[in-house]
Write a protein that binds this ligand. Sequence first.
Ligand code: PSU
Ligand code: MN
Length: 332
Amino acid sequence: LQKRKKKMASSALSRLSNLHNHLNPTDPLSKGLVKLSPEVSEALTRGHAIVALESTIISHGMPFPKNLETAKEVEAIVRENGAVAATIAILDGIPCVGLSTEELERLAKLGSKAQKTARRDIAHVVAMRANGATTVSATMFFASMVGIPVFVTGGIGGVHRHGEHTMDISSDLTELGKTPVAVISAGVKSILDIPRTLEYLETQGVCVAAYKTHEFPAFFTESSGCKVPCRVDSPDDYANMKLKLGSGVLIAVPIPKEHTASGSLIESAIQSALKEARDKNVVGNAETPFLLARVNELTGGMSLASILDIALVKNNALVGAKISVALAQLRQ
Ligand code: PSU
Ligand code: MN
């Protein structure tokens, strides 16, 4: 047993040291350790439009089989709009960019048995040959490594409420500061601290843009009360403003008009839950689970919020695919 343990440890170590080289972005061999789907590999060679997609939303966002169904529908929207879909996850310790139907199904069935993998978790998941569902930070990291400049998700992580005391700030924000990928999302959920999230993005040097509006959206509603410094009115607008700054861009797409009524319902449930949390003095890491559970109860079992979650990811996929096509055309 001792021998086996030693062997396992040394193989984990060698995988870690491989990964270490691989995390060095100047290493041209880094692509060798990432598995590309044939479709993604061909699109990269030909300079075709590709949209990266995260996988925490599949593993931790919804139960099976709704998660698989949604993942397939989002990929289909990307394809219908002229881009190749590259869902990113770590399977048996191998970072995969672009999943086959079987791999997507495997991840969806694993659900939360797959480890939620942010940037800090990549090394461990790879070394342990484990299965990891990538968050925004880890997905951006791999997308950038293989050369995919556009990434679509639902909502990104941010500064938690009371983050100025707890320092609970999602690594999505620091990743945006250093990885040149455009992230298309519906903004940040108001269970987080949106003004401080925007302050932090400013500190990180992230260009924050809103799509066809001047206001940063609050995911379920089109307004957060915060203005953005940059407005993008078309996919070409974005394609033209891309500079080699070396940092990321956040493009926030407001909730489509047809969903704003149910969006407002959820938003008022969030506001009541926030008030309850204040009254009951629920703080620290107990706050987010409390809020999510309360919003669930107040909106009748999460059904409405999850329907909207899905609608927003799909809308973002549509915008992201168009941006990625505009960018690819500019490169041709
Ligand atoms: N916000 C959402 N939906 C999500 C997430 C955030 O509205 O699915 C997920 C994303 O994968 C995001 C991650 O990158 O949670 C952020 O987690 P944390 O706050 O632990 O950094
Ligand atoms: Mn956190």
